[in-house]
Design a protein around this ligand. Structure first.
Ligand SMILES: [Zn+2]
Length: 611
């Protein structure tokens, strides 16, 4: 989601930087363990088994010794979410409750659906508190007030104009219309879209309210309705409950895919975490891709009837295509997670989800009945069906492993089945056209060969040793920023002693802050980072320098490295001066020559005195 229309002021970026916690952000993607001053975990940006991903909480930086990615929390959010910088700021601001301003002033005649949605959400919740019918209904469905609050459930009263009239004072009608909250009759009269319905707010994954779903409490023919599709509300690209569950999904690597609002809430009430729902439609590739950003495995917990089973069969290749492992929770006929909870209690739902079986193996069983082994036509058909299903699995080893099981069930040699799988070469060897791996276009490129999923053993990039070779310039900055003893600001050499533009940049900012704050309050890395603002490359360099560093404890002393840098610079300057002096002599430029000789004199004085 790269759409963003917010005012990206320096203050906003700074407020986001101040608010975000890099450990919090990183923990959404990997399990971190505190080791020494760092947190460490398996890198979420490249495939690895041994943790080389380090997070420095104090400085708000991360660095991976395996793939070399590094930076601050915003960069980490961008790399893991696919957001660009403005979208990252918006999404993080939203998440940490920092108010944002719209960048572009809306034209006076342009509707503002967001304001209407926010006002309506408040209104619906308030109405729920005032009406017995919906409260009783929630009670009957064993939805606690706490749970209702977590999901922001509200109520739209049984009236054609209640919302319209209540909100009219605060929200222009065209905004309500643009948000899909009111509709216009053929006669041009406006009326409320949601009437006598429980209302479920729907958020995008960054937490922005984008629309509502409503369940009738009367005898309306449409049991469920949603707000109309708007700029932000595309039902086919959203998953209900993902915003609330995404953390649990990341932590547990598992999502539970259910069919409707009450299944999400019922699953949560039963203690099953990570439930998300499509909203009355079949799973789309966009939703699967979205889910794949958070989950490694998906338990499909659709209704235990034929329709639920068919929906599962349709969802299976879409989920497999995103590289997720897929399991199917079995419910007694006619039950879904919510009805099972009401009939048999929480434990029954937890058990059904916990007992979920491998969906691909189940499909193999379904497609290979006894006739498929004994009747040639049926056997060929089953082989085609299975090859189609297995062909969508990005991981070559997994694909092969399932293919072997399928071939056994069909009583065929595995090579025969593998030959039918698109992209597999004869005999099941490697090669073939590459398949997109998981993660979508925004995911960082996988290391090793892009083809066929898992790299062969030994291809995984080795974690670089912790004590990387650092340049003299890097080492100097490392010590400067790790809070050891410093010479007074005046005694520090000029920024020109640094050759590397990023190192020079960091040093310059450090010196400026140090000069302002004085010798007894030297700036730390965080202050330098804050000053660097949006300078991406320099921030990345800071991360590489500081994360996992031993600081000032080991290696040469600061005075030593500063001295070497200064001498290097003086020597360079001295050589340049010699050239300029020769030039001035050739040109007979006496005043210049005099000035240069004097400088050269001072320089050699400094060099011999020891800077
Ligand atoms: Zn990495």
């Amino acid at each position: 989601m790269t759409f963003s229309n917010i005012d990206l002021s320096r203050e906003l970026v700074q407020a986001v930087r101040d608010a975000i916690d890099i450990v919090d952000i990183a923990s959404e993607h990997t399990r971190l363990e505190k080791k020494g001053r760092d947190h460490q975990g398996v890198c979420p940006l490249h495939k690895e088994k041994t943790p080389s991903f380090h997070v420095d909480a104090d400085r708000g930086l991360f660095y991976c010794f395996g793939c070399g990615a590094g930076g601050d929390a915003i960069k980490l959010h961008m790399l893991t979410s696919g957001d660009d910088f403005p979208a990252a700021i918006e999404s993080l601001a939203l998440r940490y409750g920092i108010p944002v301003r719209e960048r572009r002033k809306r034209r006076p005649d342009e509707p503002d659906p967001e304001r209407a949605l926010a006002a309506a959400a408040e209104y619906f919740v308030e109405q729920l508190g005032r009406h017995d019918v919906p409260q009783r209904y929630l009670e009957e469905r064993k939805v606690s007030p706490e749970l209702a609050e977590t999901y922001g459930i509200g109520y739209a009263p049984d009236s054609w104009r209640a919302l319209l009239e209540t909100l009219a004072k605060r929200v222009p009608q065209r905004d309500l219309e643009a948000a899909g909250l009111v509709r216009r009759s053929k006669q041009g009269k406006l009326y409320d879209h949601f009437r006598n319905r429980l209302v479920f707010p729907i958020h995008n994954p960054s937490g922005r309210l984008v629309g509502f779903g409503g369940r009738t409490l009367g005898d309306d023919r449409a049991k469920y309705v949603n707000t109309a599709e708007t700029e932000r509300f595309h039902k086919s690209e959203l998953l209900y409950g993902l915003f609330q569950a995404r953390r649990d999904i990341r932590d547990g690597h598992r999502a539970v895919l259910v069919e409707g609002y009450f299944d999400v809430i019922g699953a949560a009430a039963a203690g099953v975490v990570g439930a998300v729902a499509t909203m009355g439609t079949a799973l789309t590739p966009e939703q699967s891709k979205l889910l794949g950003r958070y989950a490694e495995e998906v338990v499909v917990a659709y209704d235990g009837d034929d329709a639920g089973e068919r929906a599962h069969q349709r969802a299976l290749p879409i989920l497999l295509g995103e590289g997720m492992a897929v399991y199917r929770a079995r419910f007694p006929d006619g039950h879904d997670p919510d009805s099972l909870r009401l009939a048999e209690g929480n434990a029954a739902v937890v058990k059904a989800v916990g007992d979920a079986g491998d969906s691909v193996l189940a499909e193999i069983r379904r497609l290979t009945p006894a006739e498929a082994r004994s009747q040639p036509q049926r056997q060929a058909q089953a082989a085609s069906d299975l090859a189609g299903l297995l062909g969508g699995i990005p991981d070559a080893v997994l694909r092969f492993s399932y293919a072997r099981r399928a071939a056994e069930s069909l009583d065929l040699p595995p090579e025969l089945l593998l030959r039918k799988i698109p992209g597999e070469q004869r005999g099941g060897g490697g090669g073939g056209p590459g398949r997109p791996g998981r993660g979508g276009p925004n995911a960082p490129p996988p290391p090793g060969p892009p083809d066929h999923g898992a790299p062969p053993p030994g291809m995984e990039p080795a974690a670089a040793p912790r004590s990387e070779v650092r340049s003299l310039e890097e080492r100097t900055l490392e010590i400067l920023l790790s809070g050891g003893e410093l010479p007074p600001p005046r005694a520090l050499p000029p920024a020109e002693v640094f050759h590397d533009p990023q190192c020079r940049n960091i040093y310059r900012v450090f010196c400026a802050l140090y000069g302002e704050r004085g010798a007894d309050r030297p700036p730390d890395a965080k202050m330098v980072l804050a000053e660097l603002g949006e300078e991406g490359a320099t921030i990345d360099r800071m991360a590489r320098l500081l994360v996992g560093s031993e600081g000032a404890a080991q290696g040469p002393a600061l005075s030593d490295t500063l001295d070497r840098l200064t001498r290097r610079w003086l020597n360079e300057r001295s050589r340049a001066l010699s050239r300029e002096i020769a030039e001035a002599q050739r040109d007979g430029d006496e005043p210049r020559l005099e000035r240069l000789l004097q400088e050269k004199n001072e320089l050699s004085h400094r060099l011999h005195r020891g800077a």
